[in-house]
Design a protein around this ligand. Structure first.
Ligand SMILES: Cc1cc2nc3c(=O)[nH]c(=O)nc-3n(C[C@H](O)[C@H](O)[C@H](O)COP(=O)(O)OP(=O)(O)OC[C@H]3O[C@@H](n4cnc5c(N)ncnc54)[C@H](O)[C@@H]3O)c2cc1C
Length: 371
């Protein structure tokens, strides 16, 4: 089976990986350099932040992220030489209003990553000595990890590039489908090239509403800008991820600390703004005041594929026999990525699925713009 995948972010590349490992042939298309959009810009926390604030299907698919990334890293590392570092730092959450809900959530769902405990100031200091005195307590999730997403993309691309069943087309904007008899017959690039395959996957992230008109659907996916800044501290300086009021710190193994983030509906605009960067700086140094002593080495913005409830569209598109969706992951596309790709592969190849597919069914796109 030959499958064309439009979009080379984490959603498209992991789908490609799943499919080539099952003996399929894949062609992957990206309008720009692959792996440089939201999936590069994100933080890589391997759980929804405050999971209790999300619909159940988001958490159900996200909980597979850490295990599947660990397995993929083991498989890809010897081939690509790139370790994408599943860094189990744990996370501290300081939002007092969430303490009780967080502790109840853990008891209710028994997911290993959501196991958490309440810490008083003394215990908190032992877990992370750099936390500001203004935080007297926290809830602590010891098993929460982050993935180094730019390296993840590097590794996926390197693996697929050397794979005999995969081909990648860069700087190739797919403009339209040719549809006949309820099937996509071919896809056309902006420069007029035509490509054919047996099945077609749309994994176009924040750009997915582009297909609404051609598919006669209301695809309620729109870019939501998120900004980040990056500190450089000594190796292993900050022991845990930290979160307060939706702002977070994510330590990498080499001492880089990714800090974010903002949420702005300003279209396809990827320019960081001074004001937002200052807000992030302030929120992060409030949690860890000593951070102000270290240099900010980079700042950037990315475009999340915002969707109304954050539950992605995964599965067969309505009315077409050979068109599939894997988009709309909003704030959680890195943690949902491996589960989403596995589910889609299982649906395409008619295999048993790792979660029930109903909640993600793109049939929703037919009936409602809400979701
Ligand atoms: C600041 C920030 C922080 C984040 N933090 C986290 C986090 O900690 N944890 C987490 O789980 N998630 C996080 N996310 C969300 C996560 O990054 C996204 O949900 C995820 O990367 C979406 O992946 P994707 O492959 O669907 O989209 P993308 O990575 O955007 O990829 C889509 C690709 O499709 C291509 N494309 C689009 N249209 C076409 C076309 N017509 N033809 C050809 N190519 C096309 C684009 O060029 C792009 O490369 C964060 C996002 C941001 C911005």
């Amino acid at each position: 089976m030959h499958i064309a995948i439009i979009g080379a972010g984490v959603s498209g590349l992991l789908t490609a990986l799943e499919l080539v490992e099952q003996g399929c042939q894949v062609s992957i298309f990206d309008q720009q350099q692959p792996g440089k959009a939201a999936s590069w810009a994100g933080g890589g926390i391997l759980s929804p932040m405050y999971p209790w604030r999300y619909p159940r299907p988001v958490n159900e698919i996200a909980q597979h992220g850490k295990t599947l990334y660990t397995q993929w890293n083991e498989k890809l590392l010897p081939v690509t030489g790139t370790d994408f570092q599943i860094h189990e730092t744990g996370m501290l959450i300081f939002d007092e209003d969430d303490f009780e809900t967080g502790l109840n959530y853990k008891d209710r769902y028994q997911e290993p990553m959501q196991q958490c405990e309440y810490l008083q100031r003394e215990q908190l200091k032992q877990v992370n000595p750099h936390i500001s005195e203004q935080f007297q307590h926290a809830i602590y999730f010891p098993q929460l990890a982050n993935v180094r997403n730019p390296r993840l993309l590097q590794s996926l691309l390197a693996y697929l590039k050397q794979h005999p069943a995969a081909e990648i087309y860069e700087n190739c904007w797919i403009e339209q489908f040719s549809i006949q008899h309820g099937k996509i017959q071919s896809i056309q690039s902006q420069s007029g090239q035509t490509f054919t395959a047996d099945e077609y996957v749309i994994a176009t992230g924040a750009w997915s509403a582009h297909w609404s008109e051609q598919l006669q659907l209301s695809i309620p996916v729109a870019p939501v800008q998120g900004q980040m800044l990056l500190f450089k501290t000594p190796e292993n300086w900050l022991p845990t991820m930290c979160m307060n009021q939706v702002m977070y710190l994510i330590p990498r193994m080499d001492g880089h600390i990714v800090c974010g983030s903002s949420m702005d509906n300003i279209g396809f605009d990827k320019r960081p703004s001074v004001q937002t960067q200052q807000n992030i700086f302030k929120a992060c140094t409030e949690m860890v005041p000593e951070l102000a002593n270290f240099p900010v080495v980079k700042q950037w913005a990315g475009l999340r594929p915002g969707s109304p409830t954050g539950v992605p569209y995964i599965g067969k598109l309505p009315e077409l026999h050979n068109a599939w969706a894997n988009f709309g992951h909003h704030r959680n596309g890195l943690c949902m990525g491996p589960g989403s790709a596995r589910l889609l592969r299982q649906l395409i190849l008619k295999q048993p699925t790792l979660v029930s597919p109903d909640a993600y069914n793109p049939e929703r796109l037919k009936s409602s713009v809400h979701g």
